[in-house]
Design a binder for this molecule. Sequence first.
Ligand code: FSO
Ligand code: SF4
Length: 546
Amino acid sequence: MSMFCYQCQEAAKGTGCTVRGVCGKTSDVANLQDLLIYTLKGISIYNLEAKKAGVNNERADKFVMESLFATITNANFSNQDFTNRVKEALEIREEIKTQLKNENVNLEADLHDSALWYDDTREGFEAKAREIGILSTENEDVRSLRELMIYGVKGMAAYAEHAFVLSHKKQEIFDFMQKALVATTKDDLSVDELVALTMETGKYGVEVMAMLDEANTSTYGNPEITKVNIGVRNNPAILVSGHDLKDFEQLLEQTKGTGVDVYTHSEMLPANYYPAFKKYDHFVGNYGNAWWKQDKEFESFNGPILMTTNCLVPPKASYKDRVYTTGVVGFDGLKHIEGKDGAKDFTEIIELAKKCDAPQEIEKGEIVGGFAHNAVLGLADKVVEAVKTGAIKKFVVMAGCDGRMNSRNYYTDFAEQLPQDSVILTAGCAKYRYNKLNLGDIGGIPRVLDAGQCNDSYSLAVIALKLKEVFGLEDVNELPIAYNIAWYEQKAVIVLLALLHLGVKNIHLGPTLPAFLSPNVANVLVENFGIAGITDVETDIEKMVL
Ligand code: FSO
Ligand code: SF4
């Protein structure tokens, strides 16, 4: 076994990748990611102590957040980036140590090894990584809970980072990420204590999504119900993928008047819904589908592509020269756009675009989206009326992620076979399994309501809580809402934990349950929250909807 990773839904054989990631991650990168997480634990041990002593190391807060984000599936495949990060982690840890010494704070002698280990050689990194991997926690339930929490905070870190670039941050979110990391170093925590911490992760999951919602809407306005063009024009163009709206805004500004068009891809689609971006005439619409089809779509797009976050697929030689990364995204051999104090210069991409052909048309027409909380609550009277008259019998939350597995055709079939009096509430790239089907509307309310990116699952929760209030119900589970969620990577983990924190029960999770849930931990989720997998479409519609 040259590596072990089981953090995403595509883990090899449903148990874990042991030679090379199904995602394309090499074993040396997987091991460096493990080592980076380990060093983040060491930083966190010191930084939480430093905070108690009134020393606030903001560099550490930001570094822990960005590094957690960088280890998310399909974000960064670069050996060099992770080597640099491990080095920087050790440097930051030593910096905090010095700060503590200056304050005359002496930590106990028996600190965890992650706070003490030091090396600065490649061989040393490799040797340590072999020692501290996921499987080094022998008890499978403890391992399962520790990793569940780590994947939750990885997702939390991604959302916190998106808010951070828009100048929104909360100290308690930084602190919680570090507290969770430290908790995974403590052998004296009981399984019950770890379960409690996992639930607390969900609480901060709600907080981070609320913060990001506030950051996005206060900066770019409330998403509006919008028809999005999915066809192309004849100008050369740049395609923007990932979730970072700030990068998108800067690129739109810099392409103004250049003759270069801009399109969104995958999880950037919801940018079309924000009022602030509608003023740009050269913002044409959305090109393509969910992340995993990028090998074909980047090819036919013809112009440069900017990856602002995951999900990057290792690029093919035929279009590699046109793919740029930025932020925490990385891939050795791809060009990276660095920011300086938040400002990024995309000139090189724009100049390249001018020399490229216009995108090849792969589809035409329009799709509708923008049903985030503000827009849906604007329709509340209509929605409530439709529920009261029985025109809408059920809402089905089908948020989350898409992925490569054929078994995900289930979600297309499920959407198609749902009874006509049901409405799908979606967010995240899972929507591409059914957002181009012609599912019609109910009295003017479309049967697929897209709130936005995966983090906009928060909007769906806000809508559910509002409906609970309007209908005067005690419990959110009394609403006619079923949850059939598709997951892929660790942002879906924080969304799930957030929903559990809000008291949502009986969530169906697919296409397979996480490999990192041990049978006992899975049982806790089944018994306390009614979490279940999926079976076949007919059985599940019968169970969830009818
Ligand atoms: Fe999808 Fe990728 Fe948004 Fe994820 S593009 S899979 S859950 O990064 O974050 O929904
Ligand atoms: Fe495998 Fe997923 Fe880990 Fe990649 S992220 S190595 S596919 S489990």
